[in-house]
Design a binder for this molecule. Structure first.
Ligand SMILES: Cc1cc2nc3c(=O)[nH]c(=O)nc-3n(C[C@H](O)[C@H](O)[C@H](O)COP(=O)(O)O)c2cc1C
Length: 201
């Protein structure tokens, strides 16, 4: 593939998906039908704990993040697993329809799961929008904005004089000339093709 980075130009937003007992950061969200109660799809990696939870639960919420969001929220929900870390203890939430919503977010959408489609890496959960509201005014953060400002948002730094591989999803840094075979990000689980090589000058 010549340059997969062009996929970052697919316009996606930044959301915290929550369901009973957990949740994670997602950008792979689309509205896929119209009307008062449209269908919303969200793609969740099969190895995320949230995927297991969504197969047990029948509703989820999406909290819409803005450019000024505290980056800690992205770190808490996108770089830890609820398997061994209580994300809800780290972030202020409000409860709506028995689901946790990020208090600082621009607003939320609550969906009831109607269908799901499995692919090689993700499950596409399709939910019917039941409830939604705007909580604050502001400009939504796009995934492209996150990608362009990730180092600053997540305070990613690499040591001078060392070759570093930086995870383009979560900012995890691996030092070494090459990534080991079958390497996966130990923080967010993505494959080696999503790492960017940086020469530490
Ligand atoms: C900016 C960003 C966007 C992400 N987008 C998605 C996504 O669309 N789908 C997904 O399954 N994981 C996505 N992730 C990764 C999960 O949020 C991450 O693996 C999380 O730690 C899973 O937590 P869990 O095991 O508690 O479910 C994203 C992470 C970040 C930082």
């Amino acid at each position: 593939m010549k340059n997969k980075k062009i996929t970052h130009k697919i316009t996606q937003g930044m959301y915290v998906l929550t369901t009973k007992d957990g949740g994670c950061m997602v950008d792979a969200v689309s509205q896929i039908s119209a009307g008062d109660h449209p269908l919303i799809s969200v793609a969740v990696r099969k190895d995320n704990y949230t995927n297991e939870l969504l197969k047990r639960n029948d509703t989820f919420a999406l909290s819409v993040l803005q450019k000024e969001i505290d980056p800690k929220i992205i770190e808490v929900f996108g770089m830890h697993s609820m398997r061994d870390y209580d994300k809800f203890a780290q972030v202020n939430t409000i409860e709506i329809e028995h689901l946790r919503i990020i208090e600082q977010a621009l607003g939320y959408m609550i969906c009831k799961i109607e269908d799901r489609i499995e692919n090689d890496t993700h499950t596409l959960f399709i939910g019917r929008l039941l409830e939604a509201d705007v909580l604050h005014e502001g400009e939504a953060m796009s995934y492209e904005y996150y990608q362009n400002n990730k180092d600053e948002l997540l305070k990613v730094t690499t040591e001078t004089g060392k070759t570093a591989w930086v995870c383009t999803i979560c900012g995890y840094v691996y030092y070494g000339e090459e990534l080991p075979e079958n390497f996966k990000c130990p923080v967010c689980g993505v494959e080696a093709s999503l790492f960017e090589k940086r020469k530490g000058e």
